[in-house]
Design a protein around this ligand. Sequence first.
Ligand SMILES: Cc1ncc(COP(=O)(O)O)c(C=O)c1O
Length: 423
Amino acid sequence: MKKRDDNCLLRKKPLPFEFPGANWFDRQEERAALRVIRAKSPFRYYGPKCGFEVDRLEDEFARVNGVKHALAVSSGTQALATAMAALGIGPGAEVIVPAYMWIAIVASIVRLGAIPVLADIDDSFTLDPRRLEQRITRRTRLIVGVHMSGAPADMAAILKVARRHKIPVLEDCAQCNGGSFRGRQVGSMGTLGIFSFQLNKNMTTGEGGMLVTNSTHLFRRASAIHDLGYPRIGGRLVMENGPYALWGFGGRLNEIAGAIGRVQLKKLPLVVAAMRKAKAQIKKGVADIQGLTFRRLNDTRGDTAAFLIMMLPDAGRAGKFAKALNADNIFAGMSPTLRVADFGMHVYFNIHSLVEKHSNSPDGFPWTLPANKHSVYSYTKGALPVSDALMERSVIMPIPSVMTGQDIQDTISAIRKAAAQLL
Ligand SMILES: Cc1ncc(COP(=O)(O)O)c(C=O)c1O
């Protein structure tokens, strides 16, 4: 970040880091990790004194989220790929994804041989259910609803469209762990749900993720696929031929992560409550500013409040607004406050490998597959003008989970100062 004369700065240091769960690490996580190390049993399925931490995390996670099955995996990306493979996504399939999402979603689709189809977001920055239907074709095999930037998508409206067309819905809850929609936990409403425990997420194990579902059949497929491609009973591989003899991804979670995850899961409501409190105070402190509006929330009570998205009248002023906040050190640790359109690989047109239809293999897979010959789409900027315009005039900043009263006050003052100059 470029430094100006220090006297002009509203504050001298950035806000705390955007590491919601890790900001709350203490002796409890230390003890959990040590427990596994002292038992010399870091593998989830067996060991000299295996504590079955990952098994326990899965049980606890399923209970908290009101779902029948939870499967721990090594990352959110792995959870996405495993969920899609469990659903049988492959060549000839189209998968609908929102314009604002994360590269891992399209990467998982493309690696499986399927084709991503972009759909608009609305001013909630999640899938616009009113425009979703237009994107459905005879080849649509999945809709990915992403609970972006801490807040839930409109699952009732998305599921209504999906059910009408008998298409499964995968909820991506990576950025919304602990969130809910109309009283139901995110991840529990779709056919499958996935979570990430990466460092920037509401609870973290460094790397890690979870897949949830109420379908025992999909859970069995996912269990085999995330591992060696075969089921296990009591931790032992079942190498029989049968419906669950598949191909594995090698995406198991380890016991140290499992033990830390159990502590973090208990802290999750506290972390979310802290972010909600800070965000509510900031919003209240700037509510009277004319020309500055907030992202619409599909369910205010279900927002985990990990991010604040503010909308300006136009793209030019949004860019200047973000710049002004960064100049006053109003950004979380190492994460600059940004226009949503500049938020890296969260935005379809910033993903070069998607725009240019890259392949990992020389044959151009999956774009050149005969099974995909009818699925030809553009991913360049302008493919979704309504979403583009929305993302260009909006500014996103993380709400750190350990903001002090002074941090909150500085944020309010900086927003007011920038708005006074621009609006
Ligand atoms: C919306 C979304 N989905 C999936 C992922 C992938 O999670 P991971 O980083 O654990 O692979 C992320 C991570 O940033 C994400 O933001």
